[in-house]
Design a protein around this ligand. Sequence first.
Ligand SMILES: [Zn+2]
Length: 425
Amino acid sequence: MTRDISSVLPLINTIGPYNEVPEEYNSQDSITTLTTSKILVIGAGGLGCEILKNLALTGFKDIHVIDMDTIDLSNLNRQFLFRSQDIGKSKAETAAKFVMERIDDPDLKITPYFGKIQDKPAEYYRQFQIVISGLDSIEARRWINATLISLVDDETLIPLIDGGTEGFRGQSRVIIPTITSCFECSLDLLSPKVTYPVCTIANTPRLPEHCIEWASQLQWTKTFPNKKFDADDPEQVEWMYQTALNRAKEFDICGVTKSLTLGVVKNIIPAIASTNAIIAASCCNEAFKFVTSTNPILNNYMMYSGDDSIFTYTYSYTKKPNCPVCGNLAKYIQAQNWWTLQQFIEEISNKQEIQMTRPSLTAADKYLYLTSPPELEKLTKGNLSKKLQDLISSGEEIVITDPNLPISMRLIVQLSGSSFDPEFN
Ligand SMILES: [Zn+2]
């Protein structure tokens, strides 16, 4: 998928007053591109509200927004386009309506779509000149990244501006498909989800989090076998908190609070309105620079940290030659000879650079395991208990895919070690 850069470079304009070719600049051109560009905003939440407001005030006239969520009470402290009477309504529709009413410009049109980005075919995205994502879902960001890269041809090169925040930290980045590093290239930069070993949770808790996980993973299912925990139900949260608190007392552990309980069970990343504002502003400035070509664009990754005083740093994140989306080389994966296919899948699917929830694996000449369609799942299920060394040879290349992602990853599996589980030797 890597391509000759020169064939797409004319699609990136560098004629501008503070850009590479100032002498050929004509300000009317900038105004025309700004007012006629079609821009897509993905996400109408914390970042999305800021992005929509900024774009409309900057002079963009044709804005589209996609969000699958509805408004919740807990959004109102930062998602300022929503009011309490909007609770339960579509975020995309409410945000679009609010900004259009507030700006009151007959030329401004914000087109909302209440649904998932995956509902739209890849071709739908070709109509946009630029896409800004303000999402917290990794899966959705991987999907749009891979989709925009798959659209690249002699006329299409849609930059993706990706913003993300986590508490006092955030980043904005400009992804120019096939030219700069992509979202997938930096998948291993994301902070890993914290998990605790089940045996620690069950037998030797040391942290308040262990007690909360014990309540949520083990006690909840035991007490309410057919009920899914609802973190928005105050009574259920109280039960979870009390159960974790009792467990903590038993083991002399301090620090179990209701907010920590909620944080652990919901896997909450705190959202801070002003961090969203900073990151959204940076994303919108890049969109403005892109369509008007006034100034050089961000190359290509800006990180912001307000955790300890304040710090910001911009660097050019390099492409990974073995990126499954924009690279063309396979990744090397180490595996043990005694692993079954099932163990192999469990080991690799949670790796930072893979992160697949329903992986299907195919070798050059056969299916190893397919999660869908059901007929093939049935046909290949038997392989899960077989040893990896009986299915493939060391150094063989396999392809791993996930029905939720438009990505196929090439892995070269290197088998080593004993053929038998060392614990049983
Ligand atoms: Zn990449």
